[in-house]
Structures are given as structure tokens and as C-alpha cells.
Write a protein that binds this ligand. Sequence first.
Ligand code: KG4
Ligand code: ZN
Length: 333
Amino acid sequence: MNILGIETSCDETAAAIVADGQTILSSIVSSQVHIHRPYGGVVPELASRKHIENIVPVVRRAMDEAGITPERIDALAATRGPGLVGALLVGFSFAKAFAYALNRPLIGVNHLDGHLGSVLISESPPDFPFVSLLASGGHTAIYEVVSATESRLMGQTRDDAAGEAFDKVAKALGLGYPGGAVIEKVAGRGNPAAVSFTRPYLDKNGFDFSFSGIKTAVSRQIQLAGDRLEETIPDIAAGFQEAVADVLCHKLIHAAEVKGSRHIALVGGVAANSRVRQKLAEAASARGLSLHVPPLELCGDNAAMIAVAGFHRLSSGLGAALDTDVFSRVSGA
Ligand code: KG4
Ligand code: ZN
């Protein structure tokens, strides 16, 4: 079964063809990062307009690269939310029209289910139930993933998402936007012990997060560095990254212990961070846990994960969506 996945919840226009929820025949991601960079963040109106320009060429490329004509698409899956409503509307409305014209089912997919499902595209996927940490620019939450279509929230951030903290700290350090990859790069030259940050655990036994305080702590270090800021930036970046990695790692491992899960997963844009991956890999191996992290191209937003989540919903008899609409917040799901 070939599923065309479509994702336009934020600033990536993405389309993919996935066969049987397992084989990625094509996955196209058209990033708008260069458009939003001068503004230091995503400008919703610009994102919507760019999606309108991109959606047809991106879908066409996904079909061309997969070597598939529209008639060979068995179903469509598109992100309904959460995300920017104007951006979501472009992909979801396109998917509705295309599904209607092809007379194929359309499955509405929750973007977060897409990220959680990104570890299922693997030769050795995790056994259910497993615990998964979703850390991206918009969300940071731990779930118990019970099946390919059901997950239970265990805890989430009370303020900033982990990726958002990377972005804000990069901005404060004058490193540009988006911040995750650049902080990782600069941190590679720094000493993580030189500037130490308090780990924002909140309750060490709980699963909620808070990353807004660490941003303030970084601002204080910037002031303290004064004239020496330029040379101190790598140490601040490394210290910040280490603190975030420690918190993410501690909470995910603790969640596995509480649930008695032998399998854990890390998904979302922040899962691309090699220091976070390395820390988790060490902690998992010390406890005999099996860690699942998607390949880099499936960490950030993409449409292959949406097609996979759509495949599982369709296989479970869920989610025909021609008469549904997009939603901006998690509670609308
Ligand atoms: O999953 P994603 O592409 O979009 C959302 O759904 O939010 O995540 C984007 C976030 C951004 O905040 C970005 O700074 C962060 O993921 N990110 C990283 C890295 N690469 C991307 N954070 C830390 N280290 C990275 N290497
Ligand atoms: Zn995302």
C-alpha cells in the first residue's frame, strides 16, 4: 500500500511516499529557513504563502522520485495539527482536494503522532509499550507509547520546549537562527564544565520540564563574560547543551524505570543533537535498555513520518478526514 504523506505544520513543506508503512520510496523536505532567518523565528504569514508556492512542486517531486503516478497512491495522510493554522491549511486542503479527485481515503494525522512513529520505520523497531521523549521546537514531552496509534502523555514542558531553548540561547549568543545545530557545533569547541548551569529538573521524580530559567541563566553568563564574551561563547554553549542533555536523559530513563520499559525512544528535532544522543546511549546501555533514535533525516519535520502514522491509523480503521479540519493546539486533537 502506497501512502502519500504531506506535512506543512510549520516552516517545512514536505511530501513523501511510503510503502506499507515501512519503506520510504521518497521523502522531500523543502525548508523555508532562509526566509525566516532574518526575523529570528518563523513568521506565520510568510510560511503560509511559501507553502502555497511549494506544495504542488514538492508533491510532484515526491511522486517522481518514488516513480509513482497518482493512480498508484492508495491513500493520503496529512498533518491536521498542532501547528500554525495558516500553514496547516495549505497542506491539509491540498490533501483533501487530491484525495477527493483520486477517490482515495485521506487520513488526518496529529503531528506529534508522526514524530512518535518516526522510530517505527526501522528494521528493529521498539517493542510496545515503550517510552518516548519528543523534543522539538514546539514540544517537549514524554509519552508511554502503547501501540502504533495510541500514546499516553506522562509529562511535558510547562514553558519553553527544549528546541525553543536552543533557539533562544543561540539568539542571545548572537549565533543566529535556528539555534540547535549551531549551538551543537560551537559547543564542540567548548568545555562543558567551564560554565556550569543548574539542571532544571523541577521535581526529580516527575516528568514535567521547564526550560525558561536556563535561558535567563545564559543571559547572566553573557553579562558576566563582558569583554571576554567572544572567547567564552563555546563554553557557555557547551555548558547549556550539557545541562539540557542531562535533564532530558534523566527524565526519559526515569520514565522507563517507572513503566518497566526495556525500550526507549528519542524523537523530534532535538534528537538530532549528538551530545544528547550520546548521553542517552550511555545511560541506556548502562541499564540494559534498548535506545531507538530515528536517522537524522527523520528527526526534524518530514512527511515520511506522517505517512507512517497515517498507515497505522488506516490499518486500525481510524481517521478518514475529508470532513475534518485543522487544529492549532494539542487539545484540538
Ligand atoms: O521537529 P522539528 O524540526 O520541528 C518542530 O516540530 O518543532 O524541531 C525543530 C527544533 C528547533 O528548535 C531546532 O533548534 C532543534 O529542533 N534542533 C536541534 C538540533 N537540530 C535541530 N536542537 C539541538 N541540537 C540539534 N543538533
Ligand atoms: Zn515537528
